[in-house]
Design a protein around this ligand. Sequence first.
Ligand code: DC
Length: 216
Amino acid sequence: MTGRPFVVAIDGPAASGKGTLARRLADHLGCPHLDTGLLYRAVARTMLDQGLELTDARAAAAAAASLSPDDLDPSRLRGGDMGEAASVVSVLEPVRDALLAFQRRFAAQPGGAVLDGRDIGTVVCPDAAVKLYVTASPEERARRRFREVAAAGERTSYEAVLDDIRRRDERDAGRAAAPMRAAPDARHLDTTELDAEAAFSAARDLVDAARARRPG
Ligand code: DC
């Protein structure tokens, strides 16, 4: 056992498959997983529940600072509207600052951890043992997301989902504070042509190779 916990940082745009991959890698490693998008979604949810403007930086930072694990119940945070709202609050630097300590504490657990988001490899865990940047074409991501929301009974169109994905990519990658970006030392995994099984197997090989290289 070496000193530093084994952290896997997974970043990438909406519907790239990074969430499923992160969960499966955490299972494989036997360590906890944090979907950091839930933190931003929970801040947005609190703001909307309280009738506050999503652009109110001070109120949003206060909401971020007082989040509790109970606020992270995914069933209240799913859906494209919450994703869009989360993307809007995530532009605010005070919100990002307020969420940083929570994410770093999670990553510091002695047994290691898997975190997925937009800035894990660049800002939250720049020393992660493995960094993956998971992508897929916007059209393929829109197809996947459309299938999901249609199966859940939401009424929308493929075009609307594609628009939403493009807008979200632009905002998440274009913001000044911790923009969505691959760390220079991240391995890129394009899942456009891969099914979930093939993506997992490629990611697992990278993680296992990194574990085998660890000293001690
Ligand atoms: O992963 P997701 O779709 O649930 O994330 C929702 C939004 O939260 C995303 O569009 C941008 C923001 N986010 C972020 O800025 N940084 C993260 N580490 C995770 C999510």
